[in-house]
Structure formats: structure tokens, C-alpha cells
Design a protein around this ligand. Structure first.
Ligand SMILES: [Zn+2]
Length: 55
């Protein structure tokens, strides 16, 4: 899991999932609260939520 590596910039149209690193439309990802510039796609968000729920 890598949360570093913001590539590209400025454009809000496509963003990179901070988990699986796929480029996705902005509307298909969620920005992590408290961590600006880090986005998770829906699949990874569910995975993270499940993980947090078990911790
Ligand atoms: Zn992802």
C-alpha cells in the first residue's frame, strides 16, 4: 500500500487511487478525510473500511 507519489497535478478529471494506483475518474474515487490529495477507489475504500472495522 503506497500513499506517496502524487503524479500529474492540477487536473481534477482523473486521479490515481492511492491503494491500487489505477487512474480513475474523479467521480469514482473518494478523498480520504484528513489526508488531502489521497484518493481511494470504491473497491479499495471498501477494503480499507473493512480492515478498520476489524482492527
Ligand atoms: Zn484502488
Amino acid at each position: 500500500m503506497r500513499f506517496l507519489g502524487r503524479r500529474g497535478a492540477a487536473t481534477t478529471e482523473r486521479v490515481t487511487c492511492g491503494c491500487c494506483e489505477r487512474d480513475l475518474p474523479r467521480s469514482a474515487v473518494h478523498e480520504l478525510g484528513g489526508t488531502q490529495g489521497v484518493f481511494l477507489c470504491r473497491r479499495c475504500a471498501v477494503w480499507v473500511a473493512a480492515r478498520i472495522g476489524r482492527a
